[in-house]
Design a protein around this ligand. Structure first.
Ligand code: ZN
Length: 274
């Protein structure tokens, strides 16, 4: 009998997963638990500012995987579109300040706007901010969202659409994020992951609860839902991805837990279900 290897070297947790913690508490909680990497959400950055947060993160030794999130490019008028682009430029600067090599894009949608128009505005918006990203040395990743968010959060709902945008803009600074929660249902997922190949910049995991009690904040712990996470991880690794595996769980239930206990639960689930 051999003991299974306990290896957390690729584990990363999003600050939104442990939302009740401040960034300071998060850094402390992750380092105490032996979690080596963190993805920072902007609202956890805000109270400190990017320079102070960057200092805290560098001192912690945690690997900063990405900043979440940029995006929300579509708008009903040109001034609002330009403001959205400027906000993305600020997100890129914040990422650079905290040592995050990547900004993840939740691309946006406007209720009632034709989805094709929304996608064109997203493509134009990404094209407009890409030079800023390149100058800052920060990559951008398009994260397709589940179609249930097509009304107001993202007009990019499949990996195929995201891959098409990456192909259209042809920049080494633009890629995709594969999030199992958003993409597990897609019959084209395996082939689109293979197509994405080197442009897979990040990989997010959680699980799909049945029933889902809240459209936004009822994501499941890995292994407690219907997503075959190991299979999708296999496809992503077959495509060449060797980066961090990021646990991103928005859950009213888990946010009520003691967050130290939640991190331990995540470590167990990471070993058994990912
Ligand atoms: Zn995600």
């Amino acid at each position: 009998m051999t003991t299974p290897l306990v290896d957390f070297s690729r584990l990363c947790i999003h600050t939104m997963t442990t939302k009740p913690w401040t960034l300071e508490e998060t850094i402390d909680g992750y380092t105490r638990a032996g979690v080596p990497a963190i993805t920072v959400w902007r609202q956890h950055l805000e109270p400190y500012g990017p320079d102070e947060a960057g200092r805290m993160l560098r001192d912690s030794g945690l690997r900063v995987v990405s900043l979440c999130r940029g995006g929300f490019f579509p708008a009903t008028n040109a001034a609002a579109r330009e403001e959205a682009r400027n906000d993305n430029r600020r997100a890129i600067d914040e990422a650079a300040a905290i040592g995050a090599p990547l900004v993840v894009l939740v691309c946006g949608a406007i209720p009632g706007m034709d989805l094709a128009d929304g996608r064109q505005q997203i493509l134009d918006g990404i094209a407009a901010v890409l030079p800023h990203a390149q100058a800052a040395g920060v990559k951008l990743a398009i994260e397709p969202l589940h179609p249930m968010y097509a009304d107001s959060r993202s007009a990019v709902n499949t990996l195929e659409q995201a891959n098409n945008m990456v192909a259209a803009l042809r920049s080494p600074w633009l890629g995709v994020t594969v999030d199992v929660y958003h993409l597990w249902w897609d019959p084209m997922l395996k082939s689109e992951i293979a197509r994405a190949a080197d442009s897979i910049f990040s990989f997010h995991v959680c699980d799909w609860r049945t029933p889902t009690r809240d459209i936004l904040n009822d994501r499941g712990m890995m292994g407690e839902g219907c997503i075959n996470i190991k299979r999708i991880r296999g496809w992503v690794e077959d495509a060449g991805f060797r980066g961090p595996i990021e646990v991103e769980i928005f859950s009213n239930e888990f946010w009520d837990w003691d967050q130290t206990r939640l991190v331990e639960r995540i470590k167990q689930a990471y070993l058994s279900a990912v």
